[in-house]
Design a protein around this ligand. Structure first.
Ligand SMILES: *Cc1c(COP(=O)(O)O)cnc(C)c1O
Length: 392
């Protein structure tokens, strides 16, 4: 499959068939595996070969299909599937860092990611420096010869600020640091983070990869050496492995990923253009709009504005709530990448834990609403959003 295009890899990559030769991938809903003999069991615990399994926390055929398919898509040597996106973030960082190491991280992070770098890692003696991810001078000042890794979200939540993967990788690599990218908002379809310098990529597969809001999952992608020698021992012994059921749902999610994400981004662009300039709004934030301060970087790094946009209502929280409550097609929730369009009020939900000062620093005002664009008819979505804006 390596010589095939991404859409073909997403449909056929990593497929393993049982003795029944089923067309659709099988779900191996089993914790364990039977050995032919005591000698075989002994041998497998000494060294499990390819397609030899011991226990589902260590690996499972359905999970392996998911890992191989996403690794093929990304052009990664290897992948480890995890129980959630946060298990992937925690696993990648905790498995490679130890007391005395230095980590540089962008400040604009998903709340739980911020908790790991700000609260958990320092507890174990890891020194963490937070920077404004869009400011390359801050990266240059913060990365030192003893910096073990840098960590950032390639597009931040909810203000859709991009980090220049190529430029930050150059700064990090000059000091020998590993580049770890949380690539959720960029999606596997629009990002070539490995080609741009990333060493490790993390996805919450809960988002676009599941794509229909059913399961929690995550994945860590990197070299075979990093995945098998650093990540795997940590993950398999600490219990963060993906379940076979999740892998089965998400391996099917990968089949349609390209179609869904491109349709979502196409609609997001149309919605951003339709809403920009509306009297109820102070701004529309979408990397595919010429008004986005990093429109050029978005085009170079992703070739798209992505599937997410944020809007800021002039009337603050009251107007934002009136807008949300007037929506008829778009649902109020906090997932993203779903087939259903979703509106979120970050200040009172996903980012409620932050202080007012922290929210201000990250640009999360009381009037800000984040939109995850689904696969519904874009005309219906525009009409729904415009009606709700008029009501606000
Ligand atoms: C959702 C998300 C996560 C966490 O993923 P879960 O699957 O919810 O654990 C991490 N990073 C980003 C950018 C996310 O959007």
């Amino acid at each position: 499959m390596k010589d095939k295009k991404p859409r073909t890899r997403l449909v056929h990559g990593g497929t393993k068939r049982s003795q029944w030769n089923e067309v659709s991938e099988a779900i191996f809903l089993t914790q364990g595996f039977v050995y032919d003999s005591a000698e075989q069991a002994e041998q497998r615990f000494i060294k499990a070969g390819p397609d030899e399994y011991i226990y589902a926390r260590y690996g499972n055929p359905t999970v392996a299909m998911f890992e191989e398919r996403i690794a093929l898509l990304e052009g990664a040597e290897d992948a480890f599937a995890t129980a959630s996106g946060m298990a992937a973030v925690n696993g990648a960082l905790m498995s490679m860092l130890k007391a005395g190491d230095h980590l540089v991280s962008a400040r604009a992070l998903f709340g739980s990611c911020l908790y790991i770098v700000e609260d958990i890692l320092p507890r174990f003696g890891v020194e963490v420096t937070l920077v404004d991810g869009a400011d390359l001078d801050q990266w240059r000042d913060a990365v030192r010869p003893d910096t073990k890794a840098v960590f950032f979200e390639s597009m931040s939540n909810p203000t859709l600020e991009l980090v220049d993967i190529e430029a930050v990788s150059r700064i990090a690599h000059a000091q020998g640091a590993t580049v770890i990218v949380d690539n959720v908002f960029s999606t596997p379809i629009f990002s070539d983070a490995f080609g741009q310098g990333a060493d490790v990529i993390i996805y919450s597969s809960t988002k676009h990869i599941d794509g229909q809001g059913r399961t929690l999952g995550g994945v860590i992608l990197g070299t075979q050496e990093f995945i098998r020698k650093t990540v795997e021992p940590y993950m398999k012994h600490t219990g963060g492995s993906m379940s076979p059921f999740t892998a089965w749902v998400q391996v099917k999610g990968l089949e349609t990923l390209d179609l869904r994400v491109r349709a979502q981004a196409h609609s997001a662009q149309a919605i951003a253009e339709a809403l920009e300039g509306h009297a109820a709004l102070t701004k529309v934030i979408y990397p595919g709009l010429a008004s986005h301060p990093q429109a050029e970087l978005a085009e170079r790094q992703m070739g798209s504005g992505g599937t997410m946009l944020s809007i800021e209502l002039a009337g603050g929280k009251e107007a934002a709530f009136r807008f949300l409550n007037a929506l008829e097609v778009v649902v109020i929730s906090n997932n993203l990448g779903d087939a259903k369009s979703i509106a979120t009020h970050p200040a009172t939900t996903t980012h409620q834990r932050l202080s007012e000062d922290q929210r201000k620093m990250l640009g999360i005002s009381d009037g800000l609403v984040r939109l995850s664009v689904g696969i519904e008819d874009s005309g219906d979505l525009i009409e729904d959003l415009q009606n709700a804006l008029n009501a606000a």
